[in-house]
Write a protein that binds this ligand. Structure first.
Ligand code: HPA
Length: 247
């Protein structure tokens, strides 16, 4: 199937607005069930595939997402370019609520997740280069597309992937800041590395929902506020992707 772009929607993005003539595809994968169907339709004159990372009713928590099945399903339907849309907390001062970032680095703090397609019986062991965890050409296209759409985005930043589903402690975030993380989210890994294993061009559109623990003025992080900020940032995503598809 010809798919120009696949989008994996995170918290706040459970369907793709404006997708026309949509068909649903339930894919059997060697890794078990994906988070849900892949919805394929027309958007901005191109073929777009969409999957809700947490399921369409947000029932799959970050540590239980079957990242391998999701990527496998998209790839088997023909997707070779994927944008992961991820809700994040901002650590860097200029990465406050509603800011959109296209990160360029990752530190993985997750555990107990399947991080490779080569850990099934008899599979060939593959060591891949991951110096640059995102596809630079796709990152550039995304940044240019955001500019054309008139949506400000920040170019670059280090995404620290945590286990979730709880938010982090202040001490954990202080450590992540010392490590060089600019953003924190629960779903950026192993999605990025699995995409690389399948030779999928992959970039992340990180939507800042809140300042991470200890980074803002508030003593506690309000989950209601997270979702309000996310809704505002998510509303910009289709315009960016429409420009991306024109490029
Ligand atoms: N931490 C981890 N993941 C997140 C956050 C956060 O503060 N906000 C949105 N996703």
């Amino acid at each position: 199937m010809n798919i120009d772009l696949a989008v994996i929607g995170g918290s706040g993005l459970y369907s793709f607005p404006g997708l026309e003539n949509a068909t649903r595809h339930s894919v059997d994968t060697p890794f078990g069930p994906a988070s849900g169907d892949v919805v394929i339709g027309d958007f901005a004159g191109k073929r777009v595939a969409f999957m809700a990372r947490h399921g369409e009713s947000h029932t799959v928590p970050p540590h239980r997402v079957n990242y391998r099945a999701n990527l496998w399903a998209l790839h088997s339907l023909g997707a070779r370019t994927v944008i992961g849309v991820n809700a994040v907390g901002g650590i860097r001062a200029d990465m406050g609520p509603r800011v959109i970032v296209v990160p360029d680095q990752v530190i993985d703090y997750t555990h107990g997740r399947y991080t490779s397609f080569c850990d099934i019986e008899g599979a060939e062991v593959k060591h891949i280069d991951f110096s640059e965890p995102y596809t630079e050409a796709l990152r550039r296209r995304l940044i240019v597309a955001a500019g054309r759409a008139g949506v400000p985005v920040l170019d670059g930043g280090c995404y620290g992937a945590t286990q979730g589903p709880r938010l982090e402690t202040r001490a954990e975030i202080a450590r992540m800041r010392r490590d060089g993380c600019d953003l924190v989210g629960m779903t950026g890994m192993p999605e990025a590395v699995l995409a690389r294993e399948l030779d999928i061009a992959y970039a992340c559109l990180a939507l800042v929902a809140n300042f991470a623990a200890g980074c803002g003025d508030e003593a506690e992080i309000s989950i209601e506020e997270i979702f309000a900020h996310l809704a505002a940032a998510t509303a910009e995503v289709p315009r960016i992707l429409a420009e991306l598809l024109k490029s």
